[in-house]
Design a protein around this ligand. Structure first.
Ligand code: C2E
Ligand code: CA
Ligand code: CA
Length: 621
């Protein structure tokens, strides 16, 4: 052992170290890999301190990882990779374990090296000084080591260099960790651990490219949880999050052989299956996804919730050439499934046309009021016992210049989605009140009001103003609402309805029996009337379940002192049955179709007999 290490000029070294650090900083800033950055660093340090062999190791879960050491023989590097750190694990493993520098002047004799020296000595690594690399928060990130080909310790100069180096290594490793975390955030959904939109975008393109080279099909499934908002609203966000995690778990198990499962955000997921074959395969797999996910789940705290999903499928290459097209079309198919109440739907070219139509509908519905394309029709409600007209329900009609008459079932949801409903609703309210105020008989007038409209802060004021402006007695106005109004904020909704009732306006629950919380909504607010949905009335003659529902609703209404109206009454048979079970009021084509106000101008007296109206309007049936 000589100890004759040449000590270069200190100032010169300081400058070169500084230059080296600058170079490394640029590498880090440019996103160079940790291995590359630290390899360059080691080479630079070795050039500065002749006679040292520099290595940098990291630690992962208590085990050594070899990060850089360009002059350390590869086979030696492989040997130390994965060795568990401990009190007698060479220089680096021990330095990390003890959190302090460890000097081994003679690898051959030192007990710390006993199990490892056989890997080092053949390469003439005789001594090793190692020092822990610590993060700002005190965590040990790894070890910085100098190996020597002679049996000796580290000198003051080398120790000074090492002191600078360790700080630098800490920064580089921490930066790389942060970059990994950012990467994870950028590519993965933290809640479910699935890939996200970015991952989908990155991977799907490659998958399609490969599929096209190999002439293989790829199926893209767009999956959406039905009524997810209701899960959030009814059970809270924590349960909502659980539901998403559950869905991700089940998806992983159902889509085992799929190449990509991502959460698109919210309650939407996409699964990409490359080993897809034909439509029947797609159907089978869609069915497997939907039935795998559908069901009742329970979270730890004991709350139960239902999950139901729908899926839309588009296949490469038949339904789309590139990823954007495929994703768009899978979503279109999903929309179709939702609209049809189906479990899933496969893309069809027809959907493209429908979407274009919907787009123009969206655009035009906002202009309908201004262009005076809306009009109102009126449908009578009659007393089931006496047959006299008690009220008219107002239904809006839209005469589109190109598309002709568009049904409210089609355009109201569009108007609700884009906000046009407020203008439309105000028009209906004002026109209906204006019309009713002119009637000779004081029939009630019932209008349908969307949830969004009611929840707007100025709705009660609007009703007050319109009543004042048109002179209609408040008791003659009835507002029909559906259960959807209560889903989001039951307390707020019932508070608004109470304010309306204080004005003297009455409130009816429409489409009763179709929602999923009918009874709780009935308890939440004192309705004046419930309207049994026309689907039950339609089925009551042939379907005993439907008949039982009508029967129990009428019983319930009676028990609660409410008036029960049956909608959609078309036949004498239905009428007879409804009268038998004690329905209070009747509405339907049997008595009168929804028609412009002029058509009913002749109904003046309260005592209009069934057959009268029936005969008069049966021509229009
Ligand atoms: P709704 O409130 O349940 O209205 C009753 C619907 O049943 C009307 O359809 C009416 O034409 C139809 N109908 C009445 N009697 C019979 C019958 O005997 N048999 C059959 N098969 N159908 C009958 P319409 O006019 O197409 O309205 C559909 C829905 O659009 C309404 O359902 C209501 O939810 C909504 N809507 C209509 N006008 C407005 C409005 O001014 N504002 C809002 N927000 N929604 C409206
Ligand atoms: Ca209605
Ligand atoms: Ca209804």
């Amino acid at each position: 052992m000589t100890g004759q290490v040449r000590v270069p000029d200190q100032i010169h070294v300081g400058e070169r170290l500084h230059a080296l650090q600058q170079e490394i900083l640029v590498g880090i800033a440019l996103g160079d890999s940790l291995e590359n950055v630290l390899t360059t660093f080691c080479l630079g340090v070795e050039a500065l301190a002749p006679g040292v062999i520099c290595s940098i190791s990291g630690v992962d879960d208590e085990r050594l990882t070899f990060i850089a050491g360009p002059s350390v023989p590869d086979s030696y590097a492989r040997e130390i990779e994965g060795v568990r750190v401990g009190p007698t694990v060479g220089s680096c493993g021990t330095a990390i374990y003890l959190r302090r520098a460890v000097e081994v002047r003679d690898i051959e004799k030192d007990p710390l090296w006993a199990p490892y020296k056989s890997h080092a000595l053949p390469f003439d690594l005789q001594a090793c000084w190692s020092c822990p690399i610590e993060a700002a928060d005190g965590r040990v990130l790894g070890a910085f080591a100098f190996y020597f080909r002679e049996k000796r310790g580290v000198n003051l100069f080398e120790r000074q260099i090492a002191g600078e180096c360790v700080k630098f290594c800490a920064m580089a490793i921490e930066n790389s960790e942060a970059r990994k975390r950012l990467n994870n955030l950028a590519f993965f959904d933290p809640l479910t651990g699935l890939g996200n939109r970015v991952t989908l975008k990155n991977r799907l393109g490659i998958i399609l490219q490969r599929a096209s080279e190999m002439r293989r099909a790829v199926a893209v499934y767009h999956i959406d949880i039905s009524e997810f908002r209701a899960i959030n609203d009814l059970h809270g966000r924590v349960v909502g999050d659980m539901a998403l995690i559950k869905v991700a778990q089940v998806l992983r198990s159902v889509a085992l052989d799929c190449d990509l499962i991502v959460r698109m955000g919210g309650d939407e997921f996409v699964v990409v299956k490359t080993k897809a074959s034909d439509d029947s395969d797609s159907k089978q797999f869609a069915e497997a996804i939907v039935s795998g996910l559908r069901g009742r789940y329970r979270v730890e705290r004991g709350e139960e919730f239902m999950i139901d999903v729908r899926a839309g499928v588009a296949s490469f290459p038949q339904d789309g050439e590139d990823q954007d097209e495929l994703l768009e079309r899978a979503e279109m198919a999903l929309l179709r499934a939702k609209r049809n109440g189906a479990r899933f739907a496969l893309f069809e070219p027809q959907m493209e046309y429908e979407r274009r139509q919907r787009r123009s509908l969206e655009r035009d519905v906002g202009l309908a009021v201004e262009r005076q394309e809306l009009s109102l029709v009126f449908q009578p409600q009659v007393d089931a016992k006496t047959g006299s007209v008690t009220a008219f329900e107002v239904l809006v009609r839209w005469a589109h210049p190109d598309a002709g008459l568009i049904s409210p079932d089609r355009f109201i949801p569009v108007a609700e989605a884009n906000g046009a409903i407020h203008e439309i609703g105000e028009f209906v309210l004002r026109e209906a009140c204006r019309e009713a105020a002119q009637w000779r008989e004081k029939f009630r007038v019932a209008i349908n009001v969307s949830a969004a409209q009611i929840m707007r802060s100025d709705f009660v004021q609007l009703v007050t103003d319109v009543l004042a402006e048109t002179g209609l007695e408040p008791s003659r106005l009835e507002i029909e609402v559906t259960e959807s109004l209560f889903i989001q904020d039951l307390a707020a909704a019932s508070s608004i309805l109470r304010r309306l009732k204080r004005l003297g306006v009455s409130v009816a629950m429409d489409d009763f029996g179709t929602g999923y919380s009918s009874l709780s909504t009935l308890r939440a607010f004192p309705f004046d009337r419930i309207k049994v949905d026309r689907s039950f009335v339609r089925d009551m003659i042939n379907n005993s379940d439907a008949a039982a529902i009508v029967n129990s609703v009428i019983g319930l209404g009676r028990a609660m002192g409410l008036c029960v109206v049956a909608e959609g009454v078309e036949s004498q048979e239905q009428l007879a049955m409804l009268r038998l079970i004690g329905c209070d009021e009747i509405q339907g084509y049997l008595f009168g179709k929804p028609l412009p106000a002029e058509s009913y101008a002749d109904i003046t007296g309260p005592q209009v007999v069934f057959n009268d109206i029936h005969d008069k309007h049966s021509a229009t049936l």
